[in-house]
Write a protein that binds this ligand. Structure first.
Ligand code: PMP
Length: 439
């Protein structure tokens, strides 16, 4: 124990009232996490007075970093006017208009409190619209914690099954067998196998859920051919194509779907469009979204939510989205390319097999050099996972905060010298890995 560490003291205290001292699995770090005190722009101060350059930005949500003056002003104004009402407010219309204008697949949208809820409502909408029970999703992909959406998430090699027909594996213990029975797991970027699975299950498939740049699948994009096949086959078979843009909305005004050229039937959004507050949204074709329409009586899919479309999230989200003009996207893309290039050079200089994947402001590090196209390619060996955790700790101890499994998300306040600092720190951290022969 380090008696001078406030983070360690807080974790010890937390263990008395939170299981394992933790309320969010993704932010746990062994032996204890570093606790945040406050942040401004692209920097976070921890409770021990260390200053970190923030490369995770609340798991990609804070595209403008911390405490952006325009977002803070919007939130403060609304807080003084009331934070939530048992009535709709004008603020939800303004954010809906902006998203419908920018995102090709969104004609109508409903707001939720999280990406998890957005995905859950999208899957329910697809089932109600088609009258079919099953959902297809990509092996290993993360879509939040709704039972069907988390099936096969992070599945380990012992559970993979056939490469052409991956096993439907429950993520949480105790998941009812009916859940896994209603999920068809697709091998990412494998056109013939995916098409065969869609055709085999067509009569019972309501929708295909896909993240076009899936983080847990290695942050490698869906190939153009894969997307063309998905759009053609789902349209032919009456299956809805559901694109999860909870993370990838940060890639372009119209999200990854506009960047990669596919228009889905339903789209889920979240993270950046809450301006730092809890948010999610499910949008899509007006005829499909009509399953939520209450004007003719009880809708096919009733959907409420005490804090759905609360005006604090709505006005802060609108402010965040309005700041995202072409100049800001161009800078985020340029910084992403600079960082990917710098990190790849750092691997080469250190003589360590590794690579940086991703697109735009999203970057993922891998401790393997082979070309990655699928979940199984990208899946780290136990030694690679341990080495990545060590790399993360070396980065953290040198003032760079990223996800422990190698995810980086940039923010608009970052400048060229911040990118250079991250690259320089990666050089130092990789040198430790090489010196200590961690790999
Ligand atoms: N979909 C994707 C692709 C995500 O990455 C996430 C969260 N990281 C979610 C859905 C769930 O969003 P939330 O954490 O807001 O529930």
């Amino acid at each position: 124990p380090d008696p001078s560490s406030r983070s360690q003291a807080l974790h010890t205290r937390a263990k008395r009232s939170l299981p394992g001292g933790n309320t969010r699995t993704t932010v746990y770090l062994s032996p204890y996490p570093v606790y945040a005190a406050h942040g401004a722009g692209c920097r976070v101060h921890d409770v021990d007075g260390n200053v970190l350059i923030d490369c995770i930005n609340n798991f990609t949500a804070l595209i403008h970093g911390h405490a952006h003056p325009a977002l803070a002003a919007a939130a403060h104004r609304q807080i003084d006017l009331g934070t939530a009402f048992g009535m709709p407010t004008e603020s939800e219309i303004a954010l809906a208009e902006l998203l419908a204008e920018r995102v090709p697949g969104i004609e109508h949208i409903r707001f939720t409190n999280s990406g998890t809820e957005a995905v859950m409502m999208a899957l329910k909408a697809a089932r109600a619209f088609t009258g079919r029970p099953k959902i297809a999703k990509v092996e290993g992909a993360y879509h939040g914690s709704y039972d069907h959406a988390e099936t096969s998430l992070d599945a380990s090699p012992a559970n993979w099954g056939d490469a052409a027909a991956p096993a439907s594996v429950a993520h949480s213990q105790g998941t009812p067998q009916g859940v896994t029975a209603d999920v068809v797991v697709l091998p990412f970027n494998d056109c013939p196998a995916t098409e065969a699975l869609l055709r085999a299950h067509a009569a019972s498939l309501a929708g295909v859920l896909i993240d076009l740049l899936p983080n847990r699948v290695g942050l490698i994009p869906a190939s153009a051919g894969y997307l063309r096949m998905l759009r053609r086959v789902t349209a032919e078979l009456g299956i809805l194509l559901i694109v999860d843009e909870v993370i990838t909305l940060r890639l372009a005004p119209g999200g990854a779907q506009s960047r990669l050229g596919v228009t889905p039937d339903l789209t889920t959004v979240g993270k950046i469009m809450g301006g730092g507050f809890p948010v999610g949204g499910v949008g899509g074709r007006a005829d499909v979204m009509a399953v939520f329409d209450p004007t003719a009586g009880r809708p096919a899919v009733p959907h409420g939510g005490t804090f759905s479309a609360n005006p604090v999230s709505m006005v802060s989200g609108l402010a965040a989205m309005q700041l995202l003009d072409d100049t800001v996207y161009a800078q985020l893309d340029r910084h992403g390319d600079m960082l990917r290039q710098g990190l790849n050079q750092a691997f080469a200089d250190a003589g360590i097999a590794g690579q940086a994947t991703g697109l735009g402001s999203l970057i993922k590090l891998h401790l393997k050099a082979d070309k990655l196209t699928s979940y199984r390619d990208a899946y780290p060996s136990p030694a690679q996972a341990r080495a990545m955790a060590r790399f993360n700790r070396e980065m953290l101890n040198r003032g760079v905060l990223m996800a422990s499994y190698g995810l980086i998300a940039l923010s608009s306040p970052m400048r060229d010298q911040d990118i250079a600092q991250i690259v320089e720190t990666a050089h130092d951290a990789l040198n430790v890995l090489r010196r200590e022969e961690v790999l």
